[in-house]
Every structure is written in structure tokens, then in C-alpha cells.
Design a protein around this ligand. Structure first.
Ligand SMILES: O=C(O)C[C@H]1C=CC(=O)O1
Length: 96
């Protein structure tokens, strides 16, 4: 199943910079691993914001929930999820 996910990252101003840098490095490694696996299909930065828009390809809602909760920056994210299904006019056979 495909999901459109928006993640807004909100780092508290008083957070320990070294701890946050470590989380960001872990997040990057995890994001790249999931992209290589084909699970995190698209990852885009929203210009002008600490926000991304992403497309995930996972088995079901529960799998997406578990994946998002496991992200290192999850405690500092506001996340919104939109489930997607194939558009009848799409020319992409893998849109499902
Ligand atoms: O920077 C972000 O958008 C947050 C998060 C998502 C992927 C990643 O590497 O960090």
C-alpha cells in the first residue's frame, strides 16, 4: 500500500545539539536504508521549511505506523498521513 506522508521536524530550542546531531545522522542512515529497500519510495524537502513529503510502500496501516514510530527523529516530528490508491489514468504500473 502506498501512503503520502508529511513530516514536520520540530526540534526544541533547548535540546542538546550533540544529541540532535546524533539523531539526525541515525535518521539519515535509516532513511537511506529504507529507500534502498524500496519502502521509502520518494523523499522530498519542502522548500523553505524543515518538512519533507514522502511516499512509503508498506504492507498496511500498522506497518506504516510501526515504521514511522521507529524513526530516530519521531519524537520531534509532527506527521500527517494520506493513504493512496491507483489513479485510473496513471501510466505507472507500480502505483498500487
Ligand atoms: O530531514 C527530514 O526531513 C527528517 C527526516 C526524514 C529523512 C531524514 O533523513 O530526516
Amino acid at each position: 500500500m502506498l501512503f503520502h506522508v508529511t513530516m514536520d521536524v520540530r526540534i526544541p530550542h533547548d535540546a542538546d545539539p550533540a544529541y540532535i546531531e546524533r539523531l539526525k545522522a541515525e535518521e539519515k542512515a535509516r532513511a537511506q536504508e529504507l529507500q534502498q529497500a524500496g519502502t521509502w519510495r520518494h523523499l522530498w524537502r519542502v522548500a523553505g521549511a524543515y518538512r519533507n513529503v514522502s511516499i512509503f510502500d508498506v504492507a498496511d496501516n500498522a506497518a506504516l505506523h510501526d515504521l514511522l514510530m521507529s524513526l530516530p527523529l519521531f519524537p520531534f516530528m509532527e506527521i500527517s498521513v494520506t493513504p493512496l490508491c491507483r489513479h485510473p489514468s496513471s501510466i505507472h504500473s507500480d502505483d498500487r
